[in-house]
Design a protein around this ligand. Sequence first.
Ligand code: ZN
Length: 235
Amino acid sequence: MLYSKEVISIHNTEKEVFLYLKKTRNHSYRITANKISMTLPSVYKNPETIDKHKNELLEKIKTLLVAQPKWVNTEHILDFPRLTIVNDEYALIRKEEGIYKVELLVNQKKIYLPFLLTDNDKSRLSKLIIQAYHKKIDARVRYINAITTAKTITHVTIKNNQSTWGLCSSRGEITLSLHTLFAPLWVIDYIIVHELCHLEHHDHSPRFWSLVERFYPKYKLAKKFLKERGMELAY
Ligand SMILES: [Zn+2]
């Protein structure tokens, strides 16, 4: 259940903060490009108790975000000279001003970008990356499925989704966020294993996590990576 929503500002970037109360024993949080989700146990009923734990969590998150160097700001991922997409390293080349078309050259591993990126440029880049990598991700999901849960997979989709890393429907549809493609392959594999395990358990119960652990013994490292550096994987 969504309990509250607010906006905080870090490094001059506004982030929406959502607080959920759920059937869980843990205090947890997740940071994505423009959103912070915090979860507290729903056994907390007293608003003062909830506020106290919320503020503790928020302080922790702020410390973590402020400690990140400024360049980590996700707006700037495309300001680096290189971008890794599913372990393929692309050179990012800025185009002369006046030439505005975004290009993704898969064979040459080059991405041409205008100096100033508009939202249209970003969505064109997203579309090109999804087109170019759908087959590879589809094959990866099906391969990992074959050596783990071996369930029926109907569709594998990549979406420009900022709020989740992956989704899984009961009909065997696996969706990955475009931004997972910028993570190292071992982290992408974790997200895939995580979603595949949801075909067995549709929750985040201890049984779910022990299944994840069976197929991916070091899954906690991947979770840690996403928690600490997940916000870098977006533009
Ligand atoms: Zn999950």
